[in-house]
Ligand binder design. Structure first.
Ligand SMILES: NC(=O)C1=CN([C@@H]2O[C@H](COP(=O)(O)OP(=O)(O)OC[C@H]3O[C@@H](n4cnc5c(N)ncnc54)[C@H](OP(=O)(O)O)[C@@H]3O)[C@@H](O)[C@H]2O)[C@H](O)CC1
Ligand SMILES: [K+]
Length: 514
């Protein structure tokens, strides 16, 4: 699913209005009715106090339309206009008049207003700012936002939590609504998925307001949300007349004394996603543990006992996963540098291989084109230097990806894979994955997919999805705390099977039950 910028959404608005021959005010009515239906189907007329805080633009207009429908259905509402500017939108004004015609006179909040008391059991509808926010709200509006956040009431935000920008950092951690639920129109918004702004969005849901589908599909976007539908299009089926050679040979280079398990996990990841063969290249001390813990892998050893000192092998793998458990010993760094001088085999680079790359001048230039890098935040910082905020981080990663023609997998709650100017935001995964070895499994998975012939980009996007999905399935059995890297491995098979599970619509289930 594409993630659009604010400008693209306004363009889609305009196009839809012309094509469907409706007015903008009719589109607003359509959007707000969707919000009303969502609330009404849950509250069923319950007399909970609903406070609607409406700005003076179209987000506020949505709030006013919602207020009118709630009132018509007998709900207990208070409407507050957050009067932050004189430039009220036309559709806001139309709907303000309609509300007044129904006998509802909103409470106007200005700079010196006393904020209304809100009880913990009330509901707050946040319709102050939507996608039109383009500067930090005034102090008094920020104070109102703090007041609403502190109320402990359930906050339902329309389209965006007020104070959260579409594609920039919030001015301060206090300056934005912490929404329990965001009902967002038509398309997801990038800010929902970044660590610094995602915290303002506990849950979100898209409401389809009928913007022109063809127009939206035809637009190129900088970001895409990756779910089952997106990765299914990448999936490469297994062929009947195939053999292990058809699915490639993955080589995992890594390990050092005390960190051989990382290589085992990566090897298992490679084979479990379907690479035909996997070989580990480890220091001598890794030979026995690997052979005894994972018989499916072949093992080659370095001449050194405890660390990688010379990456030299006589096999011809299709791809090399490099770096898990490898350490940063100068001998190993030199070995990596020597290896990169002559290597043309595709690479997946992780962990200390990334640290060596960022610390040794000129080494990044030696990466083959379309190498996949899988840094965690600290490793990423070593590669890029510091960033100001999550949006700045994405800008810097894009520059880096273009400069070195590489794919960067920014690991996190919503892992984002960046290639060139595009970012792919993953939707699978859970907090249980924050555990040692989970990254090693991912490196193995991406290497194993690449070995089978997936492009570097698809291997990264699909691998990240499978990895997260396996953990999501596993967590049902383990809970977050007891989820370990091996649990992810154990569920890779199920995450493949899950791709082809058809979710039956509710109606179909009901039909069957009759
Ligand atoms: N296609 C859709 O998704 C539809 C969305 N709808 C709703 O419309 C809003 C967007 O409405 P818009 O009027 O463009 O923007 P806002 O309501 O978010 O903001 C209103 C104006 O406020 C000004 N502004 C911005 N930041 C500040 C600030 N910090 N302080 C004061 N004023 C600010 C800005 O105007 P300026 O001229 O002053 O720059 C904004 O324009 C969308 O989110 C949906 O809720 C439609 O209802 C249906 C279609
Ligand atoms: K809002």
């Amino acid at each position: 699913m594409k993630i659009f910028s604010g400008k693209q959404i306004y363009d889609a608005d305009k196009f839809t209005i012309e094509k469907q021959q409706i007015t903008s005010e009719q589109l607003m009515e359509r959007a707000a009715i969707q919000i009303f239906n969502w609330i009404h189907s849950r509250l069923q007329g319950a007399q909970i106090k609903i406070h609607l805080f409406c700005g003076i633009g179209n987000n506020g207009g949505d709030g006013l339309v919602l207020a009118r429908h709630l009132n018509e259905h007998g709900y207990n509402i208070d409407v507050h206009i957050v009067n932050y500017s004189d430039s009220r939108s036309e559709d806001f004004l139309i709907n303000l008049d309609r509300l007044k015609e129904k006998g509802i006179w909103p409470n106007f909040l200005n700079e010196d207003a006393t904020f209304p008391a809100i009880a913990q059991e009330d509901v707050v509808v946040d319709a102050i700012f939507g996608i039109g926010l383009n500067r930090a709200p005034d102090d008094w509006v920020q104070n109102l936002i703090v007041h609403l956040n502190n109320s402990q009431a359930f906050i339902l935000a329309i389209d965006m939590p007020s104070g959260v920008f579409m594609q920039d950092m919030v001015p301060s951690s206090e300056g934005a609504i912490r929404a329990n639920y965001v009902l967002t129109f038509q398309v997801p918004k990038l800010a929902f998925f970044l660590p610094q702004t995602g915290v303002f969005v506990e849950q979100w849901e898209i409401l389809d307001i009928g913007l022109d589908w063809e127009f939206l599909q035809g637009m190129e976007t900088d970001y895409e949300l990756i779910g089952k539908n997106e990765v299914l299009a990448m999936y490469r089926p297994r062929e009947k007349y195939s053999h292990k050679g058809t699915y490639g040979h993955a080589l995992i280079v890594g390990g050092s004394y005390g960190k051989i398990g990382a290589v085992t996990l990566a090897c298992k990841g490679s084979l479990l996603v379907g690479s035909g063969l996997v070989t580990a290249f480890v220091p001598k001390c890794g030979y026995l543990p690997l052979q005894s813990s994972f018989p499916e892998a072949m093992v080659l050893t370095d001449s050194a006992e405890e660390k990688i000192s010379n990456i030299d092998f006589s096999i011809s793998p299709n791809v090399i996963g490099m770096g898990v458990g490898i350490g940063t010993h100068p001998t190993t760094a030199q070995a990596l540098s020597n290896f990169l001088d002559n290597n043309t085999i595709p690479l997946v680079l992780d962990a200390d291989a990334l640290n060596i790359l960022s610390e040794t001048p000129g080494l990044l230039d030696k990466m083959p084109a379309q190498s996949v890098l899988t840094p965690h935040p600290k490793e990423l910082e070593r590669l890029l230097g510091k960033w100001e905020n999550d949006f700045d981080k994405l800008r810097k990663v894009k520059e880096f990806s273009q400069k070195y023609d590489c794919i960067v997998v920014i690991k996190g709650a919503h892992t984002i894979t960046v290639y060139g100017n595009r970012g792919y935001v993953n939707t699978s995964g859970n907090p249980g994955m924050a555990t040692g070895g989970s990254g090693d499994v991912l490196t193995g998975i991406i290497t194993g997919l690449r070995a089978q012939g997936y492009s570097a980009l698809h291997a990264a996007i699909f691998g990240v999805y499978l990895h997260g999905r396996a953990a999501d399935i596993a967590v049902g059995e383990t809970g977050f705390q007891a989820l370990i890297a091996s649990s992810i491995l154990d569920h890779i098979g199920k995450s493949y099977l899950d791709l082809f599970k058809v979710v039956e619509p509710e109606d179909a289930k009901e039909e069957k039950g009759k």
